[in-house]
Design a protein around this ligand. Structure first.
Ligand code: ATP
Length: 292
């Protein structure tokens, strides 16, 4: 039994002519302590998938199980980090984190809660800004607060919905490292939704594409076997990195262009960077890839 299981999950919104079929027969199994990245097309249903796991939505058919039990609503066993930080602007970093943990640690003393808050704020390197308000922080710092807030609840699983996509490349890189380091120490089960293949390769054990909707399905998984800790400047030099990156990107391009032919809906690819030169193999096909 996997820690998180989605079995034949389908989800639509609305009814009749307004019905939007979003996800179709999604099967996803994530083991305890595993880090899985879903790379999705814009509008393919990534947030819908996250909300099914958060317990904010329920499947029309199929089941979503955590530790073998159906998810019945939101709970402190799943910490969520959203793209838009979702911090309360009138509260300090300390109080934003406190708000999240008050319920989980309702029996703890104020001193114990203070220690928990300070521990997780330190974990994301924000001790110096603990009494600042979100408006006084950069985007990267705000996202660190969101990560600290999710982790402070001591969830079994961290679900991250494009947490870094609004950040500049440098901040993004350092937060990727920090999240993976914390994941390594805390051994949470992690699901990362991203539109960046490189982010998936640096952070995850497996990358699974979410194909374009309507009726989006999951594509084949790509295992990421690089040893940890992964340093992007190091794995950049590894020919297996280029090979894996090319395979994932080629899959996304292929599935995106075949969907384009079968629908009038605009398909927006994830944040694809150019395929790297080198020999790649996909299925039975072998081809030389050039810069473009
Ligand atoms: N409450 C809703 N009612 C009707 N349609 C919805 C609702 N929420 C989402 N949708 C539609 O479902 C589809 C998937 O939406 P979702 O937000 O899950 O995709 P996404 O991959 O997260 O999108 P993005 O990449 O833009 O963040 C979209 O076509 C969207 O318009």
């Amino acid at each position: 039994m996997a820690f998180l299981e989605l079995n034949n999950v389908s989800k639509s919104y609305g009814t009749g002519k307004d019905k939007v079929d979003v996800l179709k027969n999604i099967n996803l199994h994530i083991e305890e302590g595993e880090f899985v990245a879903i790379v999705g097309f814009t509008g393919s249903g990534k947030t819908t998938l996250v909300n099914l796991i958060n317990g904010l939505l329920f499947p029309d058919s199929g089941e979503v199980l955590l530790n073998g039990k159906p998810i019945e609503g939101p709970g402190p066993d799943r910490g969520v980090v959203f793209q838009n930080y979702s911090l309360l602007p009138w509260l300090s970093v300390r109080d934003n984190v406190k708000l999240a943990i008050d319920e989980v640690y309702s029996k703890s003393s104020s001193k114990e809660k203070k220690e928990i808050i300070e521990k997780y704020v330190a974990m994301v390197n924000l001790s110096h800004a603990i009494d600042k308000k979100p408006g006084e922080l950069s985007g990267g710092m705000r996202q660190r607060v969101s990560v600290a807030r999710a982790l402070a609840m001591n969830p079994d699983m961290l679900v991250m919905d494009e947490p870094l996509s609004a950040l500049d490349a440098l901040t993004r890189g350092s937060l990727q490292e920090e999240i993976v380091k914390i994941w390594g120490e805390d051994k949470k089960t992690c699901l990362l939704i991203t539109n960046d293949v490189d982010e998936g390769i640096v952070m995850a054990d497996r990358i699974i594409p979410l194909n374009p909707g309507p009726n989006a399905t999951l594509g084949p998984e790509f295992k990421v076997g690089f040893e940890r800790p992964r340093v992007i400047t190091e794995i950049n030099k590894d020919p297996n990195y280029k090979l894996l990156r090319n395979k994932v990107i080629e899959y996304l391009i292929e599935v995106g262009s075949s969907r384009k032919q079968s629908t009038t809906k605009e398909i927006l690819l994830p944040d694809l960077k150019p395929i790297m030169p080198g020999r790649i193999q996909w299925g039975r096909k072998k081809q030389k890839v050039k810069y473009f």
